[in-house]
Ligand binder design. Structure first.
Ligand SMILES: *[C@@H]1O[C@H](CO)[C@@H](O)[C@H](O)[C@H]1NC(C)=O
Ligand SMILES: *[C@@H]1O[C@H](CO)[C@@H](O)[C@H](O)[C@H]1NC(C)=O
Ligand SMILES: *[C@@H]1O[C@H](CO)[C@@H](O)[C@H](O)[C@H]1NC(C)=O
Ligand SMILES: *[C@@H]1O[C@H](CO)[C@@H](O)[C@H](O)[C@H]1NC(C)=O
Ligand SMILES: *[C@@H]1O[C@H](CO)[C@@H](O)[C@H](O)[C@H]1NC(C)=O
Ligand SMILES: *[C@@H]1O[C@H](CO)[C@@H](O)[C@H](O)[C@H]1NC(C)=O
Ligand SMILES: *[C@@H]1O[C@H](CO)[C@@H](O)[C@H](O)[C@H]1NC(C)=O
Length: 256
């Protein structure tokens, strides 16, 4: 009798423990999983990620990870941390991330398309790494992005036109890469200087529209032809003056 009771008791206990474990697994933290997936991809000779413990309920106590009051990650500061490995697509799940600083490491591989899902990102600092492949066009979805520094990597391909739609952009540095094609000069790119694109041997300076010539005076409008000729030459003079100015300010810096 006692034996039956205790075996019933222990199976009940076993079930309870199993159930509790299941609840723990189900309620696991997605941001812990995303950051831990990145840690698993990295080699970390200085052990800066030692506190990145996947069994904690959230990543808010992890070294150089900052959260908001809802325990959701807003900042990752891993500049000059001697990390090597790759950026992982799971990082795109950090929906409240505002700053991702991972400059000055040895990261290689590509920038994941999934970074376009980081719609709260304000600053993306990945300069001085060994990243290759294209700049994802999905970054054009980051409508709060103010600073995008990808300089001193091995990025190739064209500059995505979608980035011209990021109205919040204030600082952009793509210098010292292997980008090719045309440099956009409209939208958010209209305020950028050649310094942002320096030392990408395959990049062409922006194409500027040449001013259309004034219409030739027609013989039927003889009385107004003098006026239109003189205003035409005035326009031409203005154009060439503007062009020289433009050459000095914009085109000249490209001719190293
Ligand atoms: C690191 O991440 C990249 C990109 O997701 C993946 O291709 C690679 O297999 C990963 N490597 C390791 C060791 O996890
Ligand atoms: C950690 O964050 C602090 C403050 O933001 C910074 O000074 C330090 O360099 C960071 N450490 C690493 C390894 O990035
Ligand atoms: C970075 O790690 C490499 C080994 O991967 C080591 O040789 C080097 O001394 C480290 N540098 C710093 C500044 O810790
Ligand atoms: C990244 O660097 C490691 C170590 O040098 C190398 O084995 C790996 O092939 C590189 N991966 C890419 C995608 O460049
Ligand atoms: C994140 O971005 C990728 C590629 O841009 C896309 O395929 C995926 O559906 C997105 N995921 C979420 C959860 O929005
Ligand atoms: C840069 O990327 C290209 C591919 O785009 C690759 O062939 C080359 O080896 C890379 N260079 C370095 C220094 O990683
Ligand atoms: C800039 O011009 C390209 C075409 O050259 C266009 O696709 C893009 O939408 C334009 N951007 C803005 C902000 O108007």
């Amino acid at each position: 009798m006692m034996g039956l009771f205790s075996s019933l008791m222990s199976s009940f206990l076993l079930l309870a423990i199993l159930g509790f474990g299941l609840v723990l697994i189900v309620s696991g933290n997605a941001e812990v999983d995303a950051l831990y997936a990145w840690k698993m991809n990295l080699s970390d000779p200085n052990s800066v990620l030692q506190s990145w413990d996947a069994t904690l309920v959230n990543p808010c106590t992890w070294f150089n990870v900052t959260c908001n009051s809802d325990n959701s990650v807003t900042h990752i500061d891993l500049g000059n941390a001697n990390l090597s490995g790759q950026l992982v697509p799971q990082l795109g799940q950090l929906s409240n991330l505002q700053n991702l600083e991972a400059y000055g490491n040895n990261l290689n591989g590509t920038i994941p398309d999934e970074f376009g899902n980081l719609t709260n990102l304000v600053s993306l600092e990945l300069f001085f790494n060994r990243l290759s492949g294209p700049i994802p066009g999905t970054l054009g979805k980051l409508q709060k992005l103010r600073e995008l520094r990808l300089n001193n990597n091995n990025l190739s391909g064209n500059i995505p036109m979608s980035l011209t739609n990021v109205g919040s952009l204030q600082v952009l540095d793509f210098s010292n890469n292997h980008l090719t094609g045309d440099i956009p000069n409209n939208g958010s790119f209209s305020v950028l200087t050649p310094l942002s694109f320096h030392n990408n041997p395959g990049l062409k300076p922006p194409k500027y529209q040449t001013s259309p010539l004034p219409p030739a005076p027609s013989s039927s409008a003889a009385s107004s032809s003098v006026l239109s000729v003189s205003s035409g030459s005035l326009l031409l003079g203005l154009c060439s003056c503007l062009f020289s100015l433009h050459y000095l300010l914009v085109l000249l810096p490209y001719q190293d």
